[in-house]
Design a protein around this ligand. Structure first.
Ligand code: NAP
Ligand code: GDD
Length: 325
């Protein structure tokens, strides 16, 4: 009998990569989608698996839809990727962010507890929970949380309720504390994709400049396709646990932009960038850098795509996409 998995947030960036991996491993994959009338399959089309997934209608803010799905399919594994994941919007929609990212996770865990207690659960936790600058210069499983956005705060609740249900009810629930990961199907407003899309537009004469906010923060950027392997591995362990997943390297937004422009053959890149206060955040996360030793040792995981390869992959994909149009 093949294993079954439910992926929430399947239409986002990580969902398609994870679904592809699980399908390759012989899983039957269910994907929860909220806009059943008009779903956007673009990212699933990109990885070529749109017709291989079974779709179920549900919303993280609608507990009855979550209960119905879990009760009906009782999957072996649930990967909870659904979220209002854009940090910038979380100040504008703080309550909705909390309802989806925090209370939605509680609904999923209750559905598992009451209707499918053998289901293994993966929670998409985040380096954004670490927030402020840490004197050690890196973050790992022992680093304190000090979130700096309503998004980060909502994810801290989700992290701890995942731990609490493990400790209270002996459920198999694991947190992957993932650092930033990107790809050609990254949402267009996240800074890496905004930069690579903007560069392609400038290169092809479709735009004159690129508006960005704070160029100083540093991020530990990896490739999404590598990170979904860590998610899968966490649920194959004998015991549930929490793991930091990242590359251990970081770069500033400025360094990313410089490399991406350079790769596209534009050396005088600074003249195209307009610093726009609209994109600055009320509170910033200055420096994220992982120490992923635990994941590397316990899961045998390591990133395969380097920073340079990632930048190249994203610039190439946006140039190709816009050239076709
Ligand atoms: P993403 O591209 O923003 O995808 C999130 C998905 O969640 C979207 O498909 C969205 O559906 C769905 N969703 C939003 N609200 C929902 C609701 N109320 N009910 C059901 N589904 C809902 O995010 P991602 O980059 O793939 O990240 C996956 C997860 O990992 C997220 O939880 C994110 O917070 C977390 N994470 C991401 C990173 C990263 O660097 N990418 C790092 C750490 C953690 P629609 O398509 O309908 O909008
Ligand atoms: N989005 C955006 N747009 N960010 C900008 C811009 C801009 O024009 N200009 C500068 N930045 C800076 C932000 O202030 C932030 O410091 C950094 O670029 C990265 O922003 P994002 O790409 O939006 O990602 P994030 O780090 O805030 O959040 C992502 O990573 C988290 C993991 O650390 C998201 O994927 C979260 O969902 C995820 O949890």
């Amino acid at each position: 009998m093949s294993k079954t998995a439910l992926i929430t947030g399947i239409l986002g960036q990580d969902g398609p990569y994870l679904a592809k991996l699980l399908l390759e491993k012989g899983y039957k994959v269910y994907g929860m989608i909220r806009r059943y009338s008009n779903p956007n399959f673009e990212n699933l089309n990109y990885v070529g698996i749109t017709n291989k997934v079974d779709y179920l209608e549900g919303d993280m803010t609608d507990e009855s839809s979550i209960i119905n799905i879990v009760k009906n399919i009782r999957p072996d594994e649930i990967y909870n990727l659904a979220a209002q994941s854009f940090v910038g919007s979380s100040w504008q929609q703080a309550r909705l962010t909390a309802e989806i990212n925090a209370i939605g996770v509680l609904s999923l865990l209750n559905a598992i507890k009451f209707f499918s207690p053998t289901t293994k659960f993966y929670q998409a936790s985040t380096s954004e929970m670490f927030g402020i600058e840490h004197t050690s210069g890196y973050q790992d499983e022992n680093t304190c949380f000090h979130p700096r956005s309503p998004y980060g705060v909502s994810k801290v609740y989700a992290y701890w309720i995942t731990v609490n249900y493990r400790e209270s009810y002996n459920l198999f629930t694991s947190n992957g504390i993932l650092f930033n990961h990107e790809s050609p199907i990254r949402g267009i407003q996240f800074v890496t994709r905004k930069i690579t899309d903007g560069i392609a537009r400038i290169k092809l004469g479709l735009a004159k400049d690129l508006h960005l906010g704070n160029m100083e923060p540093r991020r530990d950027w990896g490739f999404a396709g590598d990170y979904v392997e860590a998610m899968y591995l966490m649920l194959q362990q004998e015991k549930p646990d929490d793991y930091v997943v990242g590359t251990g390297e970081n770069y500033s937004i400025k360094e990313f932009a410089e490399k991406a422009f350079g790769y596209a053959g534009i050396s005088d890149w600074e003249k195209y960038v307009v610093i726009d206060p609209k994109y600055k955040r009320p509170a910033e996360v200055p420096n994220l850098k992982s120490r992923p030793e635990k994941a590397m040792k316990a899961l045998g995981w390591k990133p395969k795509v380097s920073f340079d390869e990632l930048v190249k992959m994203m610039v190439d994909a946006d140039l190709e996409r816009l050239s076709k149009k």
